[in-house]
Design a protein around this ligand. Structure first.
Ligand code: TYM
Length: 335
């Protein structure tokens, strides 16, 4: 086990990243990597992507886009290791080894699996085995570099909990090997969808994308669902059931947030004004990211691949040490 904190997190390559990804996870990637005191690994989970997507060209394109997004939000590829999951075959070995310690019951109970299974069955599509074993691969992602800190949004907590369980189980059977990874301390973050659903999500068309211009943000916010019982401007609202207010609590602060809260409750502020304020604050977050993104794009199409190549080599060096140790301990070394 290592003395230095090791941070790891990843994002699937499934299309444009959105505010939920940023506020729930990526913002912390940047913060955690910036002081240079931790070993940081940020990857693109392109193997996990295969559980829901089959178009190879899309997957390759999204992978490169996420690399640029990572750098745009403030991750320095010379400080943190940015890599593609598929560059480290040892992670798949570890996936198998940990899978032999995971119980079917635990996997079947994962909310992510149940949700995806129901959706697939409703559409009469195949429920692939990757959906079931998804969290084991995630555990391999985390335990491979011996990460002890995993910044993720609330929806991923059950997967990290399973990882903790697998790390403990391994350590009990084979001797102390893995740190039991922690989530970031602080409140769990779940960014709600613009359509009134609980979670902003790529597949649900309810997102503000990191690439959205101020105009698009304003238009999307204008259509966003608010307290459904507030029909007229003069009706007092109930912020606790309003997704736009929930977004405010994640983005706005101080006097402005208080004015939105108090104003809504007494109809002192209308939904249109409230949405204009949040649209402005969202744009203030997105603008510097988009500017950096444009600068990176101007450097040419090779940049993401160069970053992935370097990062892939670095990640592989670290992870293969763990996987060899695990194989030795389990009695299945490479002969
Ligand atoms: P993914 O690609 O669905 O999401 C990437 C990150 O964004 C967070 N997130 C949100 N947070 C708050 N509110 C939202 N509406 C919201 N939408 C997305 C997710 O919680 C996540 O942190 N299984 C992972 C990828 C993965 C991984 C790992 C993560 C694979 N292996 C190992 C950490 C460690 C996933 O599908 O994330």
């Amino acid at each position: 086990m290592k003395n230095k904190d090791v941070v790891l997190s990843g994002i699937r390559a499934t299309g444009s990243l959105h505010l939920g990804n940023y506020l729930g996870a990526m913002k912390f990637f940047a913060q955690l990597s910036q002081d240079g005191t931790k070993d940081c690994f940020f990857f693109i989970a392109n193997l996990h992507t295969l559980t829901t997507k089959t178009d190879p060209e899309d997957i390759k394109r999204d992978l490169k886009e996420i690399v640029l997004d990572y750098v745009s939000i403030g991750i320095d590829p010379n400080v943190a290791t940015i890599f593609a999951q598929s560059s480290v075959p040892e992670t798949c070995e570890l996936n198998w080894l940990l899978g032999c310690l995971a119980s079917m019951g635990d996997l079947e109970r994962m909310p992510h699996f149940k949700d995806k299974k129901d959706k697939k069955e409703a559409k009469r599509e195949m429920v692939n085995a990757g959906l079931l074993t998804y969290p084991v691969l995630m555990a391999a992602d985390i335990l491979g570099p011996q990460a002890n800190l995993v910044p993720v949004g609330e929806d991923q907590y059950p997967h990290v909990e399973l990882t903790r369980e697998l790390a403990r189980r391994f350590n009990t059977i084979y001797g102390e090997t893995f740190p039991v990874p922690d989530l970031l301390s602080g409140e769990a973050i779940r960014v709600p969808g613009l359509d009134g659903t609980e979670k902003m999500g790529k597949s649900d068309y309810n997102t503000i994308d990191l690439s959205d211009s101020s105009d698009v943000v304003r238009k999307k916010m204008a259509k966003a669902m608010t307290d459904p019982s507030r029909k007229k401007r003069s009706d007092p609202g109930n912020p606790s059931v309003c997704n736009v207010y929930a977004l405010h609590t994640l983005i706005s602060s101080g006097e402005e947030l208080k004015e939105v809260l108090d104003g809504c409750k007494v109809a002192g502020i209308g939904c249109v004004d409230c949405k204009n304020i949040i649209a402005k604050n969202i744009t203030n977050i997105l603008m510097p990211i988009q500017q950096k993104r444009a600068e990176l794009a101007a450097k040419g199409p090779d940049l993401p691949l160069e970053i992935l190549h370097e990062g892939g080599k670095r990640a592989r060096r670290t992870i293969s040490v763990t996987v060899n140790e695990v194989k030795d301990k389990m009695g299945v070394p490479s002969y």
